[in-house]
Design a protein around this ligand. Structure first.
Ligand code: HEM
Length: 466
């Protein structure tokens, strides 16, 4: 939906061919890298940004028994994630953590098994298919806004989580009974923050351990499993030909048309889509709302554009595409606060070429859209909120420097879905309300988890428009 404008940024790469296979640049790892670990724990993004200042294209560090290579230059990211994708696996620690809730889903598997699953999910996420979900996105947004109590400042993350939960439940199951949505949302959030915490620990407890934290994670996981099982049981085949569950139950592998997904595979994919498909969008929308309230002159531009194109009517996908300021503001919010601030780390299964360097087999590769998005080589005044840099007539953005949805074969399958959903929610919110930043409240810091949340949460005054 949002046009990606690409130019090559080769000219910035700090190297030339004759440095072939030079030693990886890196930072001193003292005490087995415990010096790094101490800096990573409180604020991993700040640590990575500091590394980038020292080594702008790529930096190697060692932490305990792991060699980690942080990649910052978009051309190198592309060379690794796009051109050598088959030489990488997602970090086994992350996939092990995810597999406790989403089994063998597309977010966990690799190789031929992942390819087969991705092929079978793909038809559910083509732009055309996604446009077909617009009506239910409009309905979910209308209902959430009708139920809003404006008396107090609104916690936008709660509001957006309610909306995106409703959308994903309707899309997956044609379900819209939200009486337990908050609880489901909380279970999901607990599970994702627990999962994220586990990635920094040396040892992960098995899910059966009778420790309070593990017990809570187990309960959250079981609550999500119960919800999905109940939905699948109540659904019945063919009853709702348009939802994603029906699609997954009926889909055939284009390369092996007699074979579909078995029941367990359907369950696992639904769990993955449910988990990947609402917290990310809610988080991105919360930052966007905050930015709109903090930059009323931009909000006004977006609002007048919406009013003139839509004349108060509910948006269609085609109309959303005709709102350059809206799309630019969403894109700029995703640049400053990409919900997935870190991509899943990858393990090099073979030596990987990265410009003049070789990343040896066995090393971990880490890529942070958050840090790449704030690099002044690609974005002038990178800390500032300037949607105009994404307007159609603005100078081109260097290729690969905007990557909130990742890149390469694992690029987010839900990106059209997310952008349409964000567009619809944003339009409908601004049609009804002006968003006001409460007086005397400072701009929040962030808290890095599986998604990049505002800390403290953003609370806004929603003032009804006449
Ligand atoms: C603003 C919202 C979203 C953001 C920022 C986002 C971001 C991402 C990113 C960065 C990746 C790639 C991770 C990597 O390469 O390590 C990814 C993968 C994925 N996303 Fe999203 N996502 C969003 C919304 C969605 C939605 C709405 C869905 C589904 C309904 C979804 C489903 C998935 C799945 C299944 C994958 C794994 C793809 C694969 O490995 O083949 N995402 N997402």
């Amino acid at each position: 939906m949002i046009q990606d404008k690409r130019v090559n940024c080769d000219q910035h790469l700090h190297m030339t061919k004759h440095f072939q296979y030079s030693k990886l640049p890196g930072s001193d790892s003292r005490w087995l890298g415990l010096n790094h670990l101490q800096a990573i724990r409180p604020d991993a993004l700040r640590f990575i940004a500091t590394l980038k200042q020292l080594h702008p294209d790529l930096a190697h560090i060692r932490v305990l028994n792991e060699n980690i290579v942080h990649v910052f230059h978009p051309d190198l990211v592309r060379e690794i994630l796009v051109e050598q994708a088959e030489k990488l696996h997602r970090w086994e620690k992350i996939t092990r953590i995810f597999s406790t809730s989403m089994g063998e889903s597309v977010l966990v598997t690799h190789g031929a098994q992942w390819q087969r699953q991705r092929r079978m999910l793909q038809p559910g996420f083509t732009p055309k298919r996604v446009d077909g979900f617009a009506r239910l996105m409009v309905t979910a947004t209308t209902e959430a806004l009708n139920n809003l109590n404006q008396a107090e400042p609104i916690d936008v993350d709660e509001l957006m989580t309610d909306m995106t939960l409703d959308v994903i439940l309707r899309t997956l199951f044609s379900h819209h009974d939200l009486h337990d949505a908050r609880r489901i949302g909380q279970s999901n959030q607990y599970l994702s923050s627990y999962g994220f915490e586990q990635t920094f620990t040396l040892f992960s407890w098995p899910m059966w351990m009778p420790l309070p934290k593990v017990q809570r994670a187990r309960q959250a996981r079981n609550a999500l499993h119960r919800l999905v099982k109940r939905q699948i049981q109540n659904h019945g085949t063919l009853a709702h030909a348009d939802d994603l569950l029906s699609l997954l139950q009926q889909v055939r592998d284009p390369e092996n048309p007699t074979k579909g997904l078995n029941q367990q595979e359907v369950f696992d994919q639904i769990m993955a889509l449910f988990q990947a498909g609402h917290e990310t969008t809610a988080t991105a929308m919360s930052w966007w709302c905050g930015l709109m309230a903090h930059h009323p002159h931009v909000a006004q531009k977006v609002q007048s554009e919406i009013d003139s194109v839509l004349q108060g009517n509910a948006p269609t996908p085609e109309q959303i595409r005709r709102l350059p300021w809206l799309n630019a503001s969403l894109k700029e919010a995703l640049r400053l606060y990409p919900a997935a601030a870190l991509l899943f780390s990858r393990r090099a299964l073979q030596d990987i070429h990265a410009g003049p360097w070789t990343i040896p087999k066995g090393h971990l590769i880490s890529i942070s859209p958050y840090v790449i998005h704030r690099d002044e080589r690609w974005f002038a005044d990178p800390q500032a909120f300037k949607p105009e840099r994404f307007l159609p007539n603005a100078p081109d953005i260097p290729r690969g420097s905007w990557l909130p949805f990742g890149t390469g074969p694992h690029v987010c399958i839900g990106q059209h879905f997310a952008l349409l959903e964000m567009g619809i929610m944003a339009v409908m919110l601004l049609q009804r309300f002006s968003l006001e930043w409460p007086q005397g409240v400072a701009w929040p810091h962030y808290k890095l988890g599986l998604t990049l949340k505002a800390a403290p949460a953003i609370k806004l005054n929603l003032v009804a428009r006449d």
